[in-house]
Design a protein around this ligand. Structure first.
Ligand code: DAH
Length: 342
């Protein structure tokens, strides 16, 4: 009797040890066959052996064998669950709780200014524009002279310039790219020119460094109607198809005639609100027909070539689109601000 009990205890120990080492479903199945196989399983053998035990001991021994059988069955079932849910990779032994929720990696996102920049570029790329650029450190000639802003020109006061030397400046607008492009290319072409620009100006709506996007179309018979149609299409794409546009006469040294371009307020839709100062309109672009003087400065013949140009501020568009009141938010790099634009 105690022989048999000791044997059963031995079988239990061996089973538990084997179970702990099982690393796959196949090995588990083999273990099941080894212990519970109908013809030659270890438990079956035990039950067979019971028949030769003394009659009065059989019920008790039978119980012991049955308990072993149940232990084997539940051990196998438990291990099967573990294997299925991947718990058998040893992680629990290594002190890792794989049932804890994972830590989601923080996803980066584009800077809101880059989003606007990208949107602007895409709209013009769809109209067949190429993208051009030039240096942010610029000579007086490309930033001012060639654009009709002679040294004594009063319009130089429009832009507070960072001078590096008397002849070298941080460009005050992206209009310098126009000159480089026209010098290097023959018309016709159309391009937009995104880039950083610099002015000595700082308050909640002005930053000493900001971004502009310039546009330039040059060819034969380019007219003011082309300018109007292009800008209207662009503004509807950018702010929505309900957007209306209006042009006001204005002045730029490099365009003639020149216009200030307004859109219906994107906050109130034109009814009048705090953002549009109750006018219903927001100023969004400067534009005009390229001044013949500019063509002469780059060696084009103003009699055969015409064109239009426009420029806008990227920060202003982003501020309007997202109702941001302080331009410095764009440059503080506070993640609580930046992560709102995912
Ligand atoms: N350069 C102007 C500025 O910085 C913007 C501008 C106005 C660009 C009219 C143009 C234009 O090309 O035609 O304020």
């Amino acid at each position: 009797m105690s022989d048999l009990k000791a044997r059963i205890q031995g079988i239990r120990d061996a089973f538990n040890q084997a179970l702990g080492q099982v690393e796959g479903l196949k090995a588990l199945e083999e273990l099941r066959n080894q212990y519970l196989g109908r013809k030659r399983g270890i438990v079956k053998d035990l039950l067979n052996d019971l028949r030769s035990a003394p009659k009065e001991l059989r019920p008790e021994l039978g119980q012991v064998v049955n308990r072993l059988k149940q232990a084997v069955e539940s051990g196998l079932a438990e291990r099967l669950e573990e294997l299925k849910s991947g718990e058998s990779d040893g992680s629990s032994e290594r002190g890792i709780d794989i049932t804890l929720p994972g830590i989601a990696p923080e996803l980066g996102s584009l800077h809101p200014l880059n989003v606007v920049n990208r949107d602007l570029i895409r709209i013009f790329e769809r109209m067949g524009y190429e993208v051009a650029g030039a240096s942010e450190i610029e000579t007086d000639f490309y930033n001012f002279e060639a654009l009709g802003l002679t040294k004594d020109h009063p319009a130089r006061d429009m832009q507070d310039t960072f001078y590096i030397t008397d002849e070298v400046v941080l460009r005050t607008h992206t209009s310098n790219v126009q000159i480089h492009m026209m010098q290097n290319r023959k018309p016709p072409f159309k391009a937009i020119m995104p880039g950083r620009v610099y002015r000595k100006d700082a308050d909640i709506t002005h930053s000493p460094m900001f971004n502009q996007v310039e546009g330039l179309v040059v060819g034969e018979n380019i007219t003011f109607t082309d300018l109007k149609g292009t800008l209207e299409h662009f503004l509807k794409q950018l702010f929505g198809s309900d957007t209306k546009m209006r042009l006001r006469p204005s002045y730029f040294p490099f365009t003639e005639p020149s216009a200030e371009v307004d859109v219906t307020c994107i906050i109130c839709g034109g009814k009048g609100c705090r953002v549009c100062k109750n006018s219903g309109w927001l100023e969004i672009l400067g534009a005009g027909m390229v001044d013949p003087v500019v063509f002469e400065n780059v060696g084009y013949d103003p009699e055969t070539v015409s064109g239009f140009a426009f420029g806008l501020g990227v920060e202003r568009v982003a501020m309007l689109k997202h109702s941001i009141s302080d331009i410095r938010m764009f440059f503080d790099n506070d993640l609580r601000f930046l992560s709102q634009f995912n």
